[in-house]
Structure formats: structure tokens, C-alpha cells
Design a binder for this molecule. Sequence first.
Ligand SMILES: [Zn+2]
Length: 212
Amino acid sequence: MALFPDVLTDRYRRFKHRIFVPNADQYEELATYGQNPEIMLISCCDSRVDPETIFNAMPGELFVVRNVANLVPPYETGGKFHGVSAAIEFAVLNLRIKHLVVMGHSGCGGVKAALDQGAAIQTEAHFISRWMSMLDEARLSVLASHQMKTQQERLDSLEKECVKTSIKNLRTFPFVSEREEKGKLNLHGAHFDIKSGTLSVLSHSRGEFFAL
Ligand SMILES: [Zn+2]
């Protein structure tokens, strides 16, 4: 059996010493009383866009789901295993979160694979190409409206359309739309630019992203 990576052992010890020990009371409280986060965040697996880092969050503050290209599938109860849907259900119905944020990011490999469908086929990535097919409609829309634009501009646009697609799909969950209508749950879209560190948020009324 391979040894546990040294880098993780070292980083864990650093965390224990620098983060855990000084915050031991907070950890004990969380262990005793459980978590009570008010915000759920759905973001990409990409190692460069860690939500806890970007939002300077402490344990217990953010309920996070990460997957390829921060996608939420539409509501459906068929099939077998629904990891994202189960997490949303738990966060909304059990934790009663008040805000649900979908955060996309620049240079998203999943979105790039969706835009350049050939890339997914070349790597025989059956799971990714099927997962990214959730963006088929958005992809066609971006290709049609960005005929004279560069590939980079198309990618940027599709990353943002991806966030909107996830929000649209979130509203197909009956318990999400019901709570949103009652004002108990707020849905938000965001996009993080890795190079500049800029976070842009979605204005639902204008359908555009604005830098904070
Ligand atoms: Zn990504």
C-alpha cells in the first residue's frame, strides 16, 4: 500500500497547529451542536477555486458541493444515484439554508470540453461528455450569438451561461422553487476570475454579471 503523501501529512500538521488548536473551542461547539450554515455553495472541482479560501470561511459556515463545472442537474427521481440532488435536498430541507450560490470560474476545463466537444471525445471521457451535455442548449445559444467572437470570449460567455443553467435547473426542484417564492431561499450566481481575483455576481433582473 502506498504511503500517505508526505505533503498531506505536513499540511495536516500545519493545520492542526495553526488553525485547529487556536480555534479548538469553535470546533468543539460545532462537534457538540452540529452545523448550522446559512449558505450553500456549488462550485467546480478545479483546485484553483476553493470556496472556503475565496470567501475566507471558517468551519461550519459554508455547505459546499463541488463537481465538474459547478453543474446542477434538472430535478428527476429516476436513475440510481444523485449526489448533487441529495446535497441540495439536505441543505434546503434539513439545514434550511437561506442562500444558495452557484459559482463558476475562468478557464473551466469542463466548460471548455463542452464548448469544444471534440476534446471530450478524444480523451474517451464518457462521464465528462455526458455530464457536460447538460450545457448543450447553452452551448448552441453561445455559438449562435458569438459567431464573430474569439474562442476565449465564447468560453467566458459559456462559463456564465453554465451558472445560469444551474440556477434554472435548481428551480426545477419543487422544494427550491417553493422556498424561493416564499422568500425563504435566495438563489445567486457568481463567477471567479482566477488571474485577477475578481468575483462577479449575477443580476437576475439584467441577466448579466457585475464585478464586486
Ligand atoms: Zn471548472
